[in-house]
Design a protein around this ligand. Structure first.
Ligand SMILES: [Zn+2]
Length: 302
């Protein structure tokens, strides 16, 4: 795909370059890069791009629906799976307790935490965690070594006396799964951002008019205001489809006002309605294959 030319002004705040366009515009991924989006455009000022990066990009990958989708595609898209899951929370089970864990560098690692008054540590951190506790309890280095030997050589799942009234047991750990409870649902704002930027890219200056409805869309985006009446987002996880390795963005036409659709991983569909906007253009869509990176724009007849 040829690189699209930059607009006259930042598409989010309408500020204009004072120097060269190259110095002013920063590269923006219309579908967040964190989700594998490859369509880019130099169309945001640095301030807007930084703000979007810190909000939309960060939020999008914690969305439980996104995480479930990439889990289903992990064998097809292993690199994107690793990128999305890096640093995300998981749950493991050990000694009858559910414990927090984290995906790091391709592995799920239990986190050292105090749960119900007991200190739980991953096997590779257990010696340091136990040693620290015993040291604070006043044991000498030799006593700590002896306690650690008793612990390491003792039977599994059995409390071993370490000294100073402290006990420790080693338990096998079992993966429960990703911890989806902490994720934010992909805000309406992420879908709005993708739809608006795609419309600005394809429809050009008409989307950048300094008019109250368009200014309100941009304000909602910049300020993260999900309640603005200038857009509505309907989310549906289509049940007749399965996860597939593609993203799509489409302009569906005026029904009777402009409607865009954002589809992520083939399955997650967000319909973005703009009740104050009509765009005179035929419906069309962009399809990005997540395996090959190929992007195809297709038009359809009304
Ligand atoms: Zn800006």
């Amino acid at each position: 795909m040829a690189k699209p030319a930059s607009p006259e002004c930042c598409i989010a705040c309408l500020s204009r370059p004072t120097g060269t366009a190259e110095a002013f515009f920063t590269e923006e991924h219309i579908i967040p890069r964190a989700l594998g989006g490859e369509l880019t455009w130099y169309a945001l000022c640095k301030q807007c791009n930084d703000r979007f990066g810190h909000t939309f990009e960060k939020r999008a990958k914690t969305d439980p629906a996104i995480r479930l989708a990439i889990h289903k595609l992990r064998n097809v898209l292993p690199d994107l799976f690793g990128d999305i899951e890096e640093g995300q929370p998981y749950i493991v089970e050990s000694g009858g307790k559910r414990l927090p864990a984290m995906f790091r560098g391709g592995e799920i690692r239990a986190l050292t935490r105090t749960v119900d008054g007991d200190l739980w540590a991953a096997p590779d951190q257990a010696e340091a965690a136990v040693g620290g506790k015993l040291k604070r309890a006043g044991l000498s280095a030799d006593e700590i070594d002896a306690a650690w030997t008793r612990y390491s050589e003792g039977p599994e799942s059995t409390p071993i006396e370490l000294g100073a009234g402290l006990h420790a047991a080693s338990h096998p750990t079992r993966l429960v799964g990703p911890d989806l409870g902490k994720g934010e649902t992909l805000g309406k704002l992420v879908a709005l951002k993708i739809a608006y930027e795609f419309a600005a890219l394809h429809f050009g200056a008409v989307m950048l008019d300094d008019t109250p409805p368009l200014n309100e869309i941009r304000r909602a985006l910049r300020e993260g205001d999900e309640t603005s009446p200038v857009f509505q987002v309907e989310y549906k996880m289509t049940t007749d489809r399965k996860t597939e390795a593609f993203h799509g963005i489409a302009f569906e036409g005026n029904l009777p006002h402009a409607v865009m659709q954002v589809r992520l991983f083939g399955l997650l569909a967000y319909r973005v309605r703009f009740p104050t906007l009509r765009i005179e253009h035929k419906p069309f869509g962009l399809h990005q294959d997540l395996c090959t990176g190929d992007q195809v724009t297709a038009y359809r007849d009304n």
